[in-house]
Ligand binder design. Structure first.
Ligand code: 5GP
Ligand code: MN
Length: 324
């Protein structure tokens, strides 16, 4: 267990001293980001602490079933004296909510990424944890909070998405044990499975078709990438949120060890998602371009054209992969 009773006590002290609390998470939020943020909101409700959930983006389609998901806002309605930031490794990933968060005199960070910077008056960071939601489970337990069915669904959604449904190497005996407890407490695993993994909007399927059709390979088919133009997005009726999972589709080719999806969802806004199998560390490549992430899943943003981003990124991946 990564959370000691002492840390839980410090956490509760901060929460009890605050009149209003912002809960913030990273832009382009995933299941761990939104699940963790909503779980904290429900936990604070039970303690009678007024709170607001803030994110640069509204939750994507496949997370809109989560309990209390309508509470996620792009901007706050009132001031707060404490910010609790979940699943966040770098303040820059707050996006447009950063100025609101920075008005708070106190800040708590709860995260499982390798940190970029170390903001926060209290930091509950465990890089060995598979998901921020798993750290929250330990924190709520250590705080003697009741884990309601809604909190259980939010936490389970975070653990299931970040472990790829218990398939990734971050799946630990502890994550399975706590997931069993979350299921026993009413976490709706069937709904999570259906909404997160079994449903896609039509633009996402159209974009997937283009991603596969445009796939390129190098280094004896060990490297795969696809570059999607703004036109691909327009013609598919797709937006950034429909890129979820595309890089993993490229990685699913049996010879491929490293995959990259480079795209321009809005004119001039170029982003890349990197995925790898085994030991190849894509976060180190993402960092070369000012991004970051985990060993097997990372991302970065470019301020160049799509073609230049593709050239620069593929060349960096090729040199790393050729020497590995
Ligand atoms: P995705 O490709 O799904 O957008 O991101 C994969 C992982 O890489 C995320 O879990 C996130 O931690 C990280 N990541 C993606 N983009 C960035 C970025 O621009 N900066 C940093 N620091 N991490 C990123
Ligand atoms: Mn996470």
């Amino acid at each position: 267990m990564s959370v000691t009773p002492g840390i839980a006590k410090d956490f509760l002290r901060e929460v009890e001293a605050a009149d209003r609390i912002y809960i913030g998470t990273h832009l382009n939020p995933d299941g761990d980001a939104i699940g963790s943020a909503l779980a904290v909101a429900l936990f604070l409700d039970a303690l009678g602490r007024p709170n607001e959930v803030l994110c640069n983006d509204l939750p994507p389609y496949n997370l809109r079933f989560l309990p209390s998901v309508d509470r996620v806002r792009l901007a706050p309605e009132g001031p707060a004296s404490l910010a609790i930031l979940v699943d966040l490794d770098s303040s820059s990933r707050l996006g447009k909510i950063r100025p609101f968060v920075e008005t708070c005199p106190r800040m708590i960070v709860i995260d499982h990424h390798v940190p970029h910077e170390a903001p926060g008056d209290l930091r509950i960071v465990d890089t060995a944890s598979p998901a921020t939601a798993a750290i929250l489970y330990d924190l709520f337990k250590a705080s003697l909070a009741e884990i309601t069915p809604d909190i259980a669904t939010c936490l389970l959604a975070g653990i299931i998405t970040d472990t790829g449904s218990f398939r990734f190497s971050n799946t630990t005996p502890h994550s399975l044990t706590i997931s069993a407890d979350l299921l026993a407490r009413g976490g709706n695993i069937v709904r999570i499975g259906e909404e997160v993994f079994q449903k896609k909007q039509l633009p996402a399927v159209r974009l997937l078709g283009r991603c596969i059709a445009k796939m390129k390979l190098a280094l004896g088919d060990r490297l795969a990438w696809s570059a999607l133009s703004h036109r691909d997005f327009e013609e598919s009726g797709a937006t950034e949120e429909h890129t979820e999972g595309l890089a993993n589709e490229l990685l699913s080719v049996d010879t491929v060890q490293v995959a990259a999806l480079i795209r321009e969802p809005l004119p001039g806004k170029v982003r890349a998602s990197l995925r790898s199998r085994g030991d190849f560390d894509v976060a180190s490549v993402a960092r070369q371009f000012g991004g970051g992430g985990h060993k097997n899943a990372a991302g970065c943003t470019f301020d160049t054209s799509l073609e230049e981003a593709e050239r620069a990124l593929v060349s960096a991946l090729e040199s790393c992969l050729a020497s590995s």
